[in-house]
Design a protein around this ligand. Structure first.
Ligand code: F6P
Length: 241
């Protein structure tokens, strides 16, 4: 794992975007994208850039079950708002949260097929405070592919900041599995702030265990971790400047 420590989130997001720019200049065509608060500044860099996205395909990590694309809390809507409205891609994929109400297995199978047909060249990730990646919570099998997940109380609580009321947060989501994420040729993980410091240390230096989903990334050949000083604060001395 390559670890880049930046002074703050803004510089980290610029660095993250540079990696995407380089990878796309080198031929990456299928881009794995993430939601949450972490990638927003990177998407702002992307929107400011003059990059032509019209020949790119995107594949997002997850979607809440029950939220339609025009629901402003859905991840479809998030992606439109922060990136796709300004930078239209050739094709964009986000799991189908409406089909998943009645047929979560069908919605998951559809998505696995999409990923198989469009192998991901470079994947963007955030990390949860408990080491989750996408909605893959501790205990998720490293062999998992796209599946329905029951959100933990902690994740519902953490994500309730985006909703008017905690009761509005969906209880389940359709989420790419760990094996899908690991199939990407290149992975960029970003984490900012001291509330991510424990998870970052476990991801980078802890044992590889399903109890910390992000620790699996130690087994990937091409991962760059971008953190600010606060998120890097629990890494050992060899990572500190
Ligand atoms: O970027 P945030 O908002 O800190 O969220 C961290 C992680 O939690 C999730 O939003 C899921 O709860 C992930 O998609 C994200 O990577």
């Amino acid at each position: 794992m390559k670890v880049i420590i930046t002074s703050d989130k803004s510089n980290g997001s610029k660095k993250g975007f540079e990696i995407f720019e380089k990878s796309i200049a080198n031929g990456a065509k299928v881009i794995g994208l993430a939601t949450g608060s972490t990638p927003v500044a990177l998407y702002q860099e992307w929107v400011k850039s003059d990059m032509d996205t019209s020949n790119l395909t995107s594949i997002n990590l997850d979607e809440y079950v029950g939220l339609a694309p025009d629901n402003d809390q859905s991840y479809h809507y998030f992606m439109q708002k922060y990136l796709f409205n300004e930078k239209p891609f050739k094709k964009t994929y986000v799991p189908d949260g409406i089909k998943a109400i009645k047929d979560p297995e069908g919605a998951s199978d559809d998505y696995n097929k999409i990923i198989a047909e469009n192998p991901i060249d470079i994947q963007l990730l955030g990390i949860g405070r408990n080491g989750h990646i996408a909605f893959n919570e501790p205990g998720t099998s490293f062999d998992s592919v796209t599946h329905e997940v029951k959100l933990t109380d902690n994740t519902i609580k953490a994500n309730s900041r985006f909703f008017d009321n905690i009761d509005d947060v969906p209880k389940t989501a359709i989420c790419m599995g760990i094996a899908n994420i690991m199939s990407a040729k290149e992975i960029v993980v970003m984490a900012f702030g001291d509330n991510k410091a424990d998870a970052v240390a476990k991801m980078v230096e802890g044992p590889v265990t399903e109890d910390v989903p992000a620790s699996v990334l130690q087994q990937h050949q091409n991962v760059t971790v971008i953190v600010d000083q606060a998120a890097a604060s629990k890494l050992s001395a060899k990572y500190q400047k």
